[in-house]
Design a protein around this ligand. Structure first.
Ligand code: OSB
Ligand code: MG
Length: 369
């Protein structure tokens, strides 16, 4: 395959309700999209970086720049291109995993569409449907949280994840546990909002019998997570800290987590995401697919990934309408608590070009020279 040009775009999709985490509030999803134009046809990728470097050091404007100045030239220089070679072609560039992941995804989609192979079968998954969860932002009051959660229960979600932070943890979590009942799958995500001084406080969450506590401490605090894991009965899950299969396997061996959140963008792409899955499966550690408020492009790929056998817990891959009134692909719908996995070639979803144009804020076509 030969890469002829790459089109970059940002689209701004308004969220149906503000999404507040311990690090900030999002009202709009600004997504960076990558279209690979090859001699065999086009492919789509989505960069999960956010507008601001709060969840991760990566952000949309930086990803755009590193793609144009450093990543695209490396792929254009390759005489022929296969998706499996993208990680090594980009390997000398340090970091910028979300930008690399988006480019790898676009090349992979082009290759798979041309070959008539679905993302799911390329990644090694199987099955028609995935049972997702829903990630619920911090609300101004506990009453509002209960209302929002009730709405998702009515829609059929079988797992809820609550965002927590100091001052919004024990009380709202206990109230939601009461609402959903003892057997419901309930978990929480702190997005690094606590410190090593908070272990006794976090131990109070043990009462709520949570499925897991996601990333309570800083991204680099592997030792702190290992200490915390010994101090509480709630299983610790890592998100921000897991940047590669190597780090996943190290974190597990060090006792820093017993469950891993896999976000393909955070680890540099779907190929590395499968490696994270594999090392965790080898270690007997369950994984689940995280979300980054993706458009239908990223959602399609995450659904495919979540059908691998190690994905034993529901992922943050909710129905389109949980995020957007209008997306750039057809909507994914929750039916009887599950979402259908696309089976067509590549991502198996089409981009609605009229809607894409309408939501586009910035566009650049970079051609091979
Ligand atoms: O920590 O999992 C996270 C969204 C943006 C950044 C970080 C996170 C999240 C979510 C939303 O929790 C998951 C989703 O896409 O539904
Ligand atoms: Mg998280």
């Amino acid at each position: 395959m030969k890469l002829e040009a790459v089109e970059l775009r940002t689209v701004a999709l308004p969220l149906v309700r503000p999404f507040r985490t311990s690090f900030g509030t999002d009202y709009v999803r600004e997504a960076l999209l990558v279209r690979a134009r090859t001699d065999g046809g086009d492919g789509w990728g989505e960069c999960v970086a956010s507008t601001e470097p709060l969840y991760s050091s990566e952000f949309v404007a930086a990803a755009w720049l590193v793609l144009v100045d450093f990543l695209l030239p490396r792929l254009f220089a390759a005489p022929s291109l296969a998706a499996a070679d993208v990680p090594s072609l980009l390997g000398d560039v340090s970091g910028h995993r979300m930008a690399k992941a988006a480019l790898e995804m676009a090349v992979l989609d082009a290759e798979l569409r041309a070959g008539g192979v679905s993302f799911q079968s390329y990644l090694g998954g199987s099955g028609d449907r995935v049972t997702p969860g829903v990630s619920v932002g911090i609300t101004p009051t506990v009453g509002e949280l209960l209302e929002v959660v009730s709405g998702y229960l009515d829609e059929g979600y079988r797992r809820v994840k609550l965002k927590i932070e100091p001052g919004f943890d024990y009380e709202p979590v206990s109230a939601v546990r009461e609402l959903v009942g003892d057997d419901y799958m309930l978990q929480v995500d702190a997005n690094t909002a606590y410190t090593r001084a908070d272990f006794d406080h976090l131990a109070r969450l043990d009462d709520a019998h949570l499925l897991l506590l996601e990333q309570p401490l800083g991204e680099e605090d592997i030792l702190g997570h290992a200490q915390l894991a010994k101090h509480i009965s709630t299983p610790v899950c890592l998100d921000e800290s897991i940047l590669s299969a190597q780090l996943a396997s190290d974190a597990v061996e060090l006792g820093a987590c017993s469950i891993v959140n896999i976000k393909p963008g955070r680890v540099g792409g779907y190929i590395e995401a499968v490696r994270v899955h594999d090392v965790c499966a080898e270690a007997g550690v369950p994984v689940w697919c995280g979300g980054m408020l993706e458009t239908g492009i990223g959602r399609a790929a995450n659904l495919a990934l979540a059908t691998l056998p190690g994905f034993r817990l529901p992922g943050d891959i909710s129905a389109t309408k949980r995020y957007f009134a209008e997306d750039i692909t057809d909507d994914f719908e929750l039916v009887d608590g599950s979402i259908g996995v696309p089976h067509g070639p590549g991502l198996g979803v089409d981009v609605d070009i009229a809607r894409l144009e309408r939501f586009t804020q910035r566009r650049e076509l970079v051609t091979r020279r």
